[in-house]
Design a protein around this ligand. Structure first.
Ligand code: NOJ
Length: 561
C-alpha cells in the first residue's frame, strides 16, 4: 500500500449550521467553528469535512448552491474562511469541502440564464426536454424530494420546456454531457485548491450521468415513495455507463494535479462495484462513502451483518482500494440511538462500543459532530418543528393518504435527518450553549444531561474515550494496515476480530447487546499474552482469562510479542 496521510487520518464532519453560533442569529457560523478548533485539535482529528457552506437559499441546507465561489453570509465571509483555513492548518488540521455539482440551486446565475431562452449560452448547463405530445412530462421519473406532483421534471413557462431535478424543484440537475459545464466545474475546484483547501467530498457523484434518451422506468410505483405514477428509480441515474470517464476527467483536470484527497458520496456504490472508483491505477477517487452499513437509521441490525459487510470491504482494500468507516452523518439518525442504546443506563457504554467498531475496522473513520459526546435522536411533537425535506414531504403524503398526523410522525421520526441536525450540545445552559439567540432548529431536550461540558466532567467521558481511540490510530499500525479476521462467526451478540500486521496484532472483543454474555476464546488466542489497551468498563479485570462481558462492554487488547 502506497501510504497516504488520509489512510491514518480521522475525519470530522461539521454541519456548520448546527455547530456553534458566534453572533446570536441562531445559525452556526465559521467564527463559531474557529472558536472550537482547539477542542477538535484536542480530540485528535486530522481533517474537517464541511458540509456545504456556500451561498445558498438553504432549501436543502446548503446542498442547493447559488454561488460555488462564495461563503453564505449566514456563515461568514470568504475572508473568515481563509482565516479558518490558516488556523486549522496551523493546528495540523486539513479541511475538505463538500462539492455539490450533481445539481445547483435554481437561484444560481447559470440557471437564471439557462431558463431565459433556448439559445442562451447557459442553456445546456442544465437538462431540458420538450413536453410529450400531450404536454406532459418527458418521462415517468419521480424526484427524491416529494414536491409538486412528484415528477423529476418541472415545466418552465418561459421556454415551454421541462428541466430535470432529481431532488428539489429548486435544485435543477447540471448537464454533465456538456463539456463547457465540466470545464466550469474543474475551474471551480481548482480555484478552491488554489485557496488552500485539502480536498473534496463529492455529493452524489454517481448520479451525474442519466440514462441516455430518458426512457420511462418500468419499475412499479411504490406506495410511500411515488405519486401520480411518477417513480423514484435510482437505477435510471446512478452508475450509468460513462460515469467512470467523468470522474477520471476530474482526476486528470483537478485531483491528480495536486496533493488533495477525494471522498465520493457513493449513492449506489457497494463493496461489489466500488473497486473501479477507488483503485489508484484507475485515477478516479481516493475513497467512496458507502451505505452498506449505515443508511438513514437503518441497516447494521446484527453482528452477522456487520461481519459480512466488513469482510467484503476488507477485500476491496486488499485489492488495492480503500474505504471509509462511519455509522452516522448529517443524513442519518444518531448512531447511539440507532445501533446502540440511548437509555441512561447504556448510552455511554454503547456509544463507546460503536466508536471502537468504527475506529478499529479497516478504512478511514469519519466522526459526525456530537457523536463524540453520545448525542441522541430527538422527537418533536409537531411537523412544524421538522426541517428535513424527506420527513416533511413524506409526512404530507402519508397524511394525505389517511395516516393520522401522530402516526405519521411516529413512523418518520426515527429516520428523520433532523435527528443529526439538532444544535451541538456544548453545555447545560439555555440552548445548550449553541447560540444566545433562537436556534434555527430546536435543541434536543436531553441537552442538560448530554453535553460536552458535563461529559468531560465525568470519569466515564465519551469524549475522553474518543480521544484515546483516535490516538490509538496514530500509535497502532495494525489499525491502519492490519488484516481483519473475525472470531465468533455467527455469534448473535459478540463482535470480535483481530487486526494484524507484521509489527502488531490487536484483538477487539465487544458485546453488542444489552445482556451479559459468556464466551470462550479459541485456543490460539487464549494461549497468547495480551495487554488490554482500551476498555469502556475500566473497573472490570483486565484479563482475557475472564470469560464474560457486561452489556455493551468492549475491549481492545494488544498481543505482547
Ligand atoms: C446528499 C447529501 O448528503 C444530502 O444532505 C442532500 O440532501 C443530497 N445529497 C442532495 O444534495
Amino acid at each position: 500500500m502506497d501510504k497516504k496521510w488520509w489512510h491514518s487520518a480521522v475525519v470530522y464532519e461539521i454541519y456548520c449550521k448546527s455547530f456553534c453560533d458566534s453572533d446570536g442569529d441562531g445559525i452556526g457560523d465559521l467564527r463559531g467553528v474557529m472558536s472550537k478548533l482547539p477542542m477538535l485539535k484536542e480530540l485528535g482529528i486530522n481533517c474537517i469535512w464541511f458540509t456545504p457552506i456556500y451561498t445558498s437559499p438553504q432549501v436543502d441546507n446548503g446542498y442547493d448552491v447559488a454561488d460555488y465561489r462564495s461563503i453564505d453570509p449566514a456563515y461568514g465571509t470568504l475572508d473568515d474562511f481563509r482565516e479558518l483555513l490558516d488556523m486549522a492548518h496551523s493546528m495540523g488540521i486539513r479541511v475538505i469541502m463538500d462539492v455539490v455539482v450533481n445539481h445547483s440551486s435554481d437561484e444560481h446565475e447559470w440557471f437564471r440564464e439557462s431558463r431565459k431562452s433556448k439559445d442562451n449560452p447557459y442553456r445546456n448547463y442544465y437538462i431540458w426536454q420538450p413536453p410529450k405530445e400531450d404536454g406532459s412530462e418527458p418521462n415517468n421519473w419521480g424526484s427524491y424530494f416529494r414536491e409538486g406532483n412528484g415528477s423529476a421534471w418541472e415545466f418552465d413557462e418561459a421556454t415551454g420546456e421541462y428541466y430535470f431535478h432529481q431532488y428539489s424543484i429548486k435544485m435543477p440537475d447540471l448537464n454533465w454531457e456538456y463539456e463547457p459545464l465540466r470545464r466550469e466545474v474543474c475551474d471551480m475546484l481548482n480555484w478552491w485548491l488554489d485557496l488552500g483547501v485539502d480536498g473534496f467530498r463529492l455529493d452524489v457523484f454517481t448520479r451525474f450521468k442519466k440514462t441516455p434518451g430518458f426512457p420511462d422506468t418500468q419499475k412499479k410505483p411504490n406506495e410511500l415513495l411515488d405519486r401520480n405514477g411518477f417513480v423514484v428509480d435510482q437505477s435510471m441515474c446512478t452508475n450509468i455507463e460513462g460515469i467512470h470517464e467523468i470522474i477520471h476527467e476530474l482526476y486528470t483536470e483537478v485531483f491528480g494535479k495536486r496533493e488533495c484527497v477525494t471522498v465520493g458520496e457513493g449513492a449506489g456504490v457497494w463493496y461489489g462495484n466500488a473497486l473501479p472508483y477507488v483503485h489508484p491505477d484507475r485515477e478516479e477517487l481516493d475513497m467512496v462513502y458507502h451505505f452498506d452499513l449505515a443508511y438513514r437509521g437503518r441497516l447494521f441490525i446484527s453482528p452477522d451483518q456487520f461481519r459480512r459487510v466488513q469482510k467484503k470491504w476488507a477485500e476491496v482494500i486488499e485489492q488495492g482500494g480503500w474505504s471509509v468507516q462511519y455509522l452516522s452523518n448529517h443524513d442519518s439518525a444518531r448512531q447511539v440511538s440507532c445501533y446502540g442504546c440511548d437509555s441512561e443506563a447504556y448510552r455511554k457504554a454503547s456509544a463507546k462500543l460503536l466508536g471502537v467498531l468504527v475506529h478499529t475496522t479497516p478504512g478511514t473513520p469519519f466522526v459526525y459532530q456530537g457523536e463524540e459526546i453520545g448525542m441522541t435522536n430527538v422527537k418533536y411533537e409537531a411537523i412544524e418543528d421538522y426541517n428535513c425535506r424527506y420527513t416533511v414531504g413524506d409526512y404530507g403524503a402519508m397524511v394525505a393518504s389517511g395516516v393520522s398526523p401522530r402516526e405519521a410522525i411516529d413512523r418518520l421520526a426515527p429516520q428523520s435527518r433532523d435527528n443529526a441536525r439538532t444544535p451541538y450540545q456544548w453545555d447545560g445552559t439555555e440552548n445548550a450553549g449553541f447560540t444566545s439567540g433562537k436556534p434555527w432548529i430546536k435543541v434536543n431536550p436531553r441537552y442538560e444531561e448530554i453535553n460536552l461540558e458535563s461529559d468531560r466532567a465525568n470519569d466515564d467521558s465519551i469524549f475522553e474515550f474518543y480521544k484515546k481511540l483516535i490516538a490509538l490510530r496514530k500509535s497502532c499500525p495494525a489499525i491502519v494496515e492490519g488484516d481483519l479476521t473475525f472470531l465468533f462467526d455467527g455469534h448473535e451478540s459478540i463482535i470480535s476480530y483481530t487486526r494484524s500486521c507484521e509489527a502488531q496484532t490487536l484483538l477487539v472483543i465487544a458485546n453488542y447487546s444489552g445482556d451479559p454474555v459468556d464466551f470462550e476464546l479459541p485456543e490460539e488466542i487464549a494461549g497468547g499474552k495480551w495487554n488490554r489497551i482500551l476498555s469502556n468498563t475500566e473497573s472490570s479485570s483486565p484479563s482475557l482469562a475472564r470469560r464474560s462481558l457486561t452489556p455493551w462492554e468492549v475491549e481492545i487488547y494488544e498481543l505482547v510479542k
